[in-house]
Design a protein around this ligand. Structure first.
Ligand code: NAP
Length: 456
């Protein structure tokens, strides 16, 4: 059915799931007009602020996002915060539908004593700092720890372990933030301990990522052969799991590798849970309880044995998963830290009723799991629902829903929004600065400086 005016859709959050949603809408709907908002001036979310600076290949996905943003019916509006610069009421008034794609910007605590001590922080913060997220520009001004505990066995834990173990020469070919490079130049790190509460067969990292830990110029890899014993239940659980089998092969190789006397050591430890962070006024050690594995019907649990070890460390990075944050006035499931939904259709409560015109995709829909590409199918599912519910209607003229009205509103409020062309200008400045130093880019890490750099 032909429409008298385009269906207006706001997407809140210009990370991978936002871009995939915009692409699906632009591709699958004949008459649509999409505004893709981000609270930061820069697009791409975790591709810019989450993916490790030495993993440039993964970042090449932005070439596809660039094409999406340059479609006629898609408009990027950066530096516009939902709830501050544009409210829930504005969005309901000026759009037919909204898709929330804000990811999971917070993290989970360990829930153990000593977490308030300086020197204990989340990997989320550490990653945001070294990737130049404007909120974390001045977050860390020295890394004087000789020993660091990284809690968790996922790919984020591997990323922070690798960045801490790499030499500055290895890092200064990446797009790591200049402020992080400056601090890490004087790093005193000798030992990084990556600590998993369960065994090698339950580690969440992928093979390519763990293999890289054995290829560092500046760090030996240490895995205790005794901790590589795989119990019967674990063996059975990985029978049809080639990734985990490969992981175990790689880890077993590490456990047999002789030390080469490099400056630093990456120590991978299994079957140990942190029970206390210890220290007088700052982190001085972490107390670990040795675990054994106990299988239940569909899960292999870690159970404490009552045997403890105190590991002297001066920095603790917990890497036990991201956590979604509620948006002002938007439905939220506190327990799962997601926006409650049915295949991307926002519900008023978990298992509740649909709220018309609201959708969700990405980590804030399903929780913080999966790689960038996982979001493509996830966003497509959401857009499919949106089209089924709203894609066919013949829309009456509505002055509030004219695309220029939103720009007028932002101007009236004095919001210095960033267009995609302005982002491309910033992108060029960063990549040119990078070229001069043999790096992919030198990031601007301050919103004020970004706005000055792109001012016409
Ligand atoms: P993750 O893969 O879910 O790993 C979280 C880790 O924390 C698990 O090892 C988990 O152990 C552990 N953990 C949870 N609670 C704990 C506790 N109380 N005490 C001790 N350990 C605890 O999460 P992530 O590393 O944050 O990664 C998020 C997603 O991003 C993943 O899908 C990941 O693959 C992806 N990612 C991909 C890349 C890449 O492709 N290169 C890079 C970064 C991130 P249990 O298994 O025992 O719960």
């Amino acid at each position: 059915m032909s429409q008298s005016r385009p269906l207006r859709v706001a997407i809140i959050g210009a990370g991978p799931s936002g871009f995939y949603a915009a692409e699906s809408l632009a591709k699958d709907l004949e008459n649509v007009s999409v505004d893709l908002f981000d609270r930061l001036p820069t697009p791409y979310g975790l591709v810019r602020f989450g993916v490790a600076p030495d993993h440039q290949k993964i970042k090449s996905v932005v070439k596809m996002y660039e094409k999406t943003a340059q479609r006629e019916n898609v408009r990027f509006l950066g530096n516009v915060a939902f709830g501050r610069d544009i409210t829930y009421t504005d969005v309901k008034k000026h759009y037919d539908a909204v898709i929330y794609t804000v990811g999971a910007s917070s993290d989970r605590n360990l829930g153990i004593p000593g977490e308030e001590l300086p020197g204990n922080m989340s990997a989320t913060e550490f990653v945001a700092w070294y990737n130049g997220h404007p909120d974390y520009e001045t977050h860390i001004n020295k890394v004087d720890a000789e020993a660091v505990a990284v809690i968790g066995m996922g790919n984020v834990a591997v990323d922070v372990t690798r960045v801490l173990a790499k030499s500055v020469d290895e890092l200064n070919t990446s797009d790591i933030a200049d402020h992080a490079l400056e601090v890490l130049k004087d790093s005193k790190v000798k030992d990084v301990y990556m600590i998993g509460r369960r065994g090698p067969a339950q580690a969440k990292f992928t093979t390519k990522e763990v293999r890289e830990l054995g290829e560092l110029l500046n760090a030996d890899i240490v895995v205790d052969e005794a901790e590589m014993l795989i119990d019967e239940a674990s063996l059975a659980s990985i029978e049809n799991d080639p990734t985990t089998k490969k992981n175990i092969e790689v880890l077993t190789g590490f456990s047999k590798k002789p030390l080469e006397g490099k400056d630093r050591r990456v120590n991978i430890r299994f079957l140990a849970s942190p029970v206390e962070i210890m220290g007088e006024g700052k982190v001085e050690a972490i107390k670990l309880e040795k675990n054994r594995l106990e299988p239940s019907a569909d899960y292999i649990n870690a159970v404490g044995t009552g045997e403890y070890e105190v590991l002297p460390v001066q920095l603790v990075l917990r890497s036990v998963g991201y956590r979604g944050v509620a948006l002002p006035e938007v439905s939220f499931d506190e327990r799962r830290a997601v926006i409650p939904n049915d295949k991307g259709v926002v519900l008023d409560a978990p298992k509740g009723k649909p709220i018309g015109g609201e959708y969700v995709a990405g980590w804030i829909k399903r929780g913080p799991s999966g790689v960038i590409g996982t979001n493509k199918a996830d966003s497509a599912e959401t857009v499919e629902q949106l089209i089924a519910l709203q894609g066919q209607s013949d829309l009456p003229e509505d002055n509030d829903k004219k695309p220029e009205v939103v720009l007028e509103l932002l101007k009236t409020r004095g919001v210095p929004y960033i267009t995609f062309d302005q982002w491309l200008k910033l992108d060029k400045l960063e990549t040119e600065a990078g070229l001069a130093q043999g790096r992919p880019r030198v990031k601007l890490t301050n919103v004020k400086k970004m706005l000055e750099a792109v001012a016409d």
